[in-house]
Design a protein around this ligand. Structure first.
Ligand code: GP9
Ligand code: MN
Length: 411
């Protein structure tokens, strides 16, 4: 099998986590409130149904001078869905191509975000109103060092405040505040929303936007539950302000994975007004990623390609926590010299100029397949992505972090 020293060499050469930008430490010592938005795709942002915005709050938030909004941010999940997205942001490793790493390798040695934050005096927790063993979270969270998991037993659920998968997002946030206020600061708290989950059905008297009209009930409903989540985030911001927690926190919002699968390509094509080929399908894998820093006033929108693999190094960078000795495949999203490709878990690759999907090499800007004779333009990206996914798999299957000292390179 592959040895950890070989992977360390690869990281030193191709990833290296040492480069610091002038944003290093910008959020030093602040609370981090990480909101995982269930099934939230980028195309919801700025979309309208019968003239009404689907996500009015997020639309404004992304334009704010306090928000860094990454427009070309991709999810990299596979069968492990939400749990894969959690794994990516906690470890900056890729989830597995088959199965859910949260189930198959929950006992491995990891060097996770909560663990690193704890070494830096943070209290760490997760809020999610579902059974604690769903996705084997209880075992994994324990292993990677979360201090507390506010699962469904921490919330009051009744017929008034629940629909779909359970407690609705508005009540979820409202009921979380009292716990949040009691936490030792600084804290890192991850909130996982639930309302915008397949099949996206909700009581119509609670819906503030129309359904879409297409051959897919799933897509038709999707805008309503997404709107509900948007409203819940708006209320959460207000509640954080009232609790006196807003100013001293950084709020990160991220879509966990797609909500509309390729089975709904016809309806999706109707909504977007174009056919969904491999290129469009790949672009639909973009999910919201925003870093909101109250009072900063100097944030901007970012066009560079990034993905869930980059979240851990980015957050550590903003918090001014040195992770030079880390073995991570992602890089701080703000730095200039970044790897020139992003690997999605199914082998699709996105680079500045090209998108390789469905065995076709497309120009990223136009979506047109590259001209005949130029098909090899994607070859090198394809190989690099494959290699990186294989390295990540070796780490997980071989539990290779058992053989690495993460403090060896720290200054
Ligand atoms: C379940 C929630 C949804 O607890 O995170 O999971 P998903 O089906 O999206 O993986
Ligand atoms: Mn999910």
């Amino acid at each position: 099998g592959t040895e950890i020293s070989e992977i360390e060499g690869y990281m030193d050469e191709n990833v290296n986590t040492n480069e610091k930008t002038d944003l290093y430490g910008l959020a030093k010592g602040k609370n981090v409130i990480f909101v995982s938005l269930e099934s939230f795709q980028n195309f919801l942002l700025d979309s309208k149904i019968n003239g009404k915005e689907t996500t009015p709050f997020l639309n404004d938030l992304k334009e704010s001078k306090d928000t860094f909004w990454f427009k070309n941010f991709y999810h990299q999940t596979a069968q492990g869905k939400t749990s894969d997205s959690e794994f990516l942001i906690e470890n900056s490793l890729y989830p597995l191509g088959r199965g859910a790493v949260y189930f198959t390798n929950a006992q491995n040695e990891y060097h996770s975000l909560p663990e690193i934050l704890k070494e830096n005096n943070y209290y760490t927790s997760v809020f999610h109103a579902n059974n604690r063993s769903f996705w084997n979270r209880d075992v994994m969270y324990n292993n990677i060092g979360y201090d507390h998991f506010y699962d469904e037993t921490s919330f009051v659920e009744n017929s008034e405040n629940s629909f779909g998968w359970g407690l609705d997002d508005k009540d979820f946030f409202a009921q979380s505040i009292k716990y949040l206020k009691k936490q030792k600061q600084p804290f890192y708290s991850k909130f996982i929303t639930l309302t915008n989950h397949f099949p996206f059905e909700m009581p119509q008297d609670k819906a503030n936007i129309d359904q879409f009209d297409s051959g897919s009930e799933t897509l038709n409903h999707y805008f309503q539950t997404a709107r509900y989540t948007d409203e819940s985030i708006e209320e959460f911001f207000q509640e954080l302000k009232e609790a006196g927690l807003y100013q001293n926190s950084v709020i990160v919002l991220m879509g966990d994975h797609y909500g509309i699968s390729e089975f709904h390509n016809n309806a999706m094509g109707k909504f977007l007004g174009k056919d969904i080929n491999g290129y469009e399908h790949t672009q639909l894998q973009r999910v919201p990623f925003m870093i909101h820093i109250p009072g900063y006033h100097k944030a901007s929108q970012k066009n560079n390609i990034a993905g869930q693999i980059d979240v851990k190094p980015t957050l550590l960078h903003l918090l001014g926590i040195d992770n030079s000795g880390d073995l991570a495949f992602g890089q701080d999203m703000f730095r200039q010299n970044r790897k020139d490709f992003l690997a999605l878990r199914d082998g699709t690759v996105v680079s500045d100029d090209y998108i390789y999907a469905d065995s076709t090499c497309y120009h990223r800007d136009t979506g047109k397949p590259v001209a005949e004779g130029k098909e090899s333009s994607c070859e090198s990206y394809k190989d690099k992505a494959k290699k990186e996914l294989e390295y990540s798999d070796s780490i997980i299957y071989g539990d290779l972090f058992r053989f690495y000292d993460f403090h060896s390179k720290l200054n």
